[in-house]
Design a protein around this ligand. Structure first.
Ligand SMILES: *Cc1c(COP(=O)(O)O)cnc(C)c1O
Length: 454
């Protein structure tokens, strides 16, 4: 091989003295820049070795600048979710209201009374203000907030059932998603799973018969991401609560979503609500903050004060304690419910309650502006995020059929690479855009992105 072509690669110092990199070095850590330069020049050497490729200095500098830009751009990048899946775990689940965002910002840019009791000047609890709001909304006696619902269950089971038995219906010992399985959480908490009933039918007597001196709790898990249909039986909550009460065993309820508003008026099935579980007499109720509640990632536990106190004083509680930003955003989100403005302010509920007529008007306007291949078709949005798995909300979709030049996959990729990135869906080999999950002020950006595919 001609060793001379290696010399086409300038030294690090040489590159650093180039005016473009020199000015870049003023706004970036020098060692970081040097590391990137080394990486790019090493890659260039490898290319030379492989295929005798020659690199010009300009080309190297451009690669260096691009990599610096790429690695220093902010993350996560905003994307436009045109999938119509409201709670999309890969896209961050529930978007926050402006007020929740503002509260998170204020809580983190300043010192705060997070754990100061302003009346006494003594140390306060970071849970008490939120617990009060949760108690008002759900009728619970006390509450604690942790990092997510998985952590909430881990804490609840560890504090109540470590070294003891927990009774779960066979039809509910499920996988929630991302490899998160109820039986595994039980193992991690140190509790022993006692399965009762069958996959499709479980009766209150099944729980009753499984109670032993080692039983610490009955755990009910809402089937948030699947359904059992056909020959099925599920005991009424009331009957299981009675079994618990008559045996002095706490009954725990993992709800998943934590819908504080009824989903029925929006054409969806009924998603169980935390306040209903409290009303039924469940001892502890677990749910996520970033599913139908519409707040930041968090896990909420509400219930009777003796059990919540036990959870608060467990060492695990400290390990899964939420950040002040989270608590501030969650508190503001909960206040939207208290103020009766959840449908107007919380993005998740704005989307669920968006009238079909609005979606039709918006989609039609975009299609008229684009003309040609785009049409409006009937379709469906979903709640997603492991809530109401079989319920669909009628929607109006913008649909783009593929052409010789624009294959479906090519369009999807191009949209994803767009600035701003647009995530669309494929249906019947067409690319479809569901505006339910797009803020109306972003319709113009969707229009511009689609124009590039015509
Ligand atoms: C989503 C879900 C969980 C996990 O909640 P995270 O907040 O994601 O940790 C647990 N149980 C049920 C029933 C769920 O739907």
């Amino acid at each position: 091989m001609d060793q001379n072509i290696y010399r086409s690669i300038p030294s690090v110092d040489n590159l650093l003295s180039d005016s473009r990199l020199n000015s870049l070095s003023e706004s970036i850590d020098r060692q970081f820049l040097v590391d990137i330069i080394r990486e790019i020049t090493d890659e260039a050497r490898n290319q030379i070795q492989k295929n005798q490729k020659v690199f010009g200095q300009d080309q190297l500098i451009e690669s260096i600048i691009n990599r610096v830009k790429y690695e220093t751009s902010s993350w996560p990048l905003s994307v436009i979710n045109a999938t119509g899946v409201i709670l999309h775990t890969n896209m961050g689940r529930a978007p926050l209201s402006n007020e929740a965002l503002e509260a998170a910002k204020n809580a983190s840019i300043d010192y705060s009374d997070l754990e100061v009791n302003r009346k006494t000047g003594k140390r306060g609890s970071r849970y008490s203000v939120i617990a009060n709001v949760l108690n008002r909304l759900t009728g619970s006696q006390d509450a604690i907030v942790v990092n997510n619902n998985a952590a909430a269950m881990l804490l609840g089971l560890a504090a109540i059932a470590k070294g003891k038995e927990v009774i779960v219906s066979r039809g509910e010992a499920s996988e929630i998603g991302g490899g998160f399985r109820i039986p595994d959480v039980l193992v991690q908490s140190g509790a022993k799973l006692i399965e009762v009933g069958t996959v499709n039918r479980t009766y209150a007597e099944d729980y009753e018969k499984a109670i032993t001196p080692k039983t610490a709790a009955i755990l009910l898990v809402h089937r948030s991401n699947f359904q059992v249909v056909g020959f099925t039986h599920e005991p009424r909550l009331h009957d299981i609560v009675q079994v618990g009460k008559s045996n002095g065993i706490p009954v725990l309820h993992d709800l998943g979503s934590g819908a504080l508003l009824d989903t029925i008026p929006y054409g969806l099935g009924h998603e169980p609500m935390p306040q209903e579980s409290i009303e039924e007499g469940l001892d502890l109720v677990f749910f996520s903050g970033d599913k139908l509640l519409g707040g930041p990632q968090s896990g909420i536990i509400i219930g009777n004060d003796a059990l919540v106190a036990k959870l608060k004083s467990h060492p695990l509680a400290r390990a899964i304690r939420p950040e002040k930003m989270t608590l501030a955003a969650l508190h503001q989100t909960l206040l939207h419910y208290i103020k009766g403005e959840a449908l107007l302010k919380i993005p998740v509920w704005k989307m669920i309650s968006m009238p079909l007529q609005h979606l039709d008007t918006r989609a039609t306007k975009i299609v008229q502006e684009i003309g040609q291949r785009a049409i409006v078709v009937d379709g469906f949005s979903t709640v997603g995020g492991g809530s109401l798995p079989t319920d669909l909300m009628p929607s109006k979709l913008i649909s783009l059929a593929p052409t010789d030049k624009w294959k479906t996959e090519t369009m999807i990729t191009k949209l994803r690479d767009n600035d701003p990135s647009v995530i669309a869906r494929i249906e019947n080999d067409c690319v479809v855009f569901d505006l339910r999950t797009v803020e109306p002020q972003k319709d113009i950006e969707i229009t511009n992105a689609i124009r590039l595919l015509i």
